[in-house]
Design a binder for this molecule. Structure first.
Ligand code: MG
Length: 234
């Protein structure tokens, strides 16, 4: 697997280290308890929410739905499918969901072990995440993984997001890294992988969903532990 030796690892956060989908699911399960909706089928409720959210998110991305509306509407429409027509409850659940999200602690398989091992082996790690600073820093701290990173770049704070080469360049500068010795690790082909390609560094596509991809990344793997094969003991 090893094509060359790296010294610097740039990581994405959501769905690469932080298990967004498991955390969203656990969060929804807690909300059902908090709002006395235990009689509903939890799994069915989450599946319905996920599909409603997908549809509404697409509208939001097309500029057809304001973010504030999206936040409660996804709960309103889900509850409606379970026979509950309640705007006030949807609003409360929408707010509570966002508040609780950064405190969820599930990580992707082997993420913690891999980060620990890379640090132990003496590598320099940076994090580049598209998201809101209030949310993303909380996630890192709550999961106890903030200290692994020598630099953290959050798009909101940076005023620029992946795949822009500007944010990759800043990350590398923050850790005094060089392009030829850096590897970007991420699950999002357009933002993480193509972004890193354009910037000119090698890429590790964490392809846990086994998405067929053309224009080959440097590495394509569904197991984060493969990173330890491109980072020999130093
Ligand atoms: Mg991601």
């Amino acid at each position: 697997m090893l094509k060359k030796e790296y010294k610097y690892f740039l990581f994405d956060l959501d769905r690469t280290i932080w298990d967004f989908d498991t955390n969203a699911c656990n969060n929804i399960y807690s909300l059902l308890d908090i709002y006395s909706l235990q009689h509903l089928d939890k799994e069915a409720f989450y599946k319905t929410y996920d599909s409603v959210n997908h549809k509404l998110w697409a509208l939001y991305e097309q500029g057809e739905l304001p973010k504030a509306v999206l936040r409660s509407e996804r709960f309103y429409q889900t509850l409606l499918l379970f026979g509950i027509d309640n705007r006030e409850l949807s609003q409360k659940m929408g707010e509570e969901y966002l508040e609780r999200m950064p405190y969820q602690k599930a990580l992707m398989p082997y993420a913690l072990e891999v980060l620990q091992e890379l640090k132990k082996r003496g590598y320099t790690l940076a994090l580049i995440s598209n998201g809101f600073k209030e949310v993303q820093y909380k996630k890192l701290i709550c999961c106890g993984i903030d200290s692994f990173f020598d630099a953290v770049l959050i798009s909101e704070e940076q005023g620029v997001h992946k795949p822009s080469p500007i944010i990759f360049k800043r990350a590398l500068k923050a850790i005094n890294g060089t392009k030829s010795e850096a590897l970007m690790v991420g699950d999002d082909f357009a933002n993480d992988i193509e972004g890193a390609m354009i910037f000119g560094i090698d890429q590790f596509f964490y392809n846990y969903r086994s998405i067929p991809c053309d224009g080959g990344p440097t590495y394509d793997s569904s197991d984060l532990r493969d990173l330890l094969k491109v980072s020999p003991q130093r």
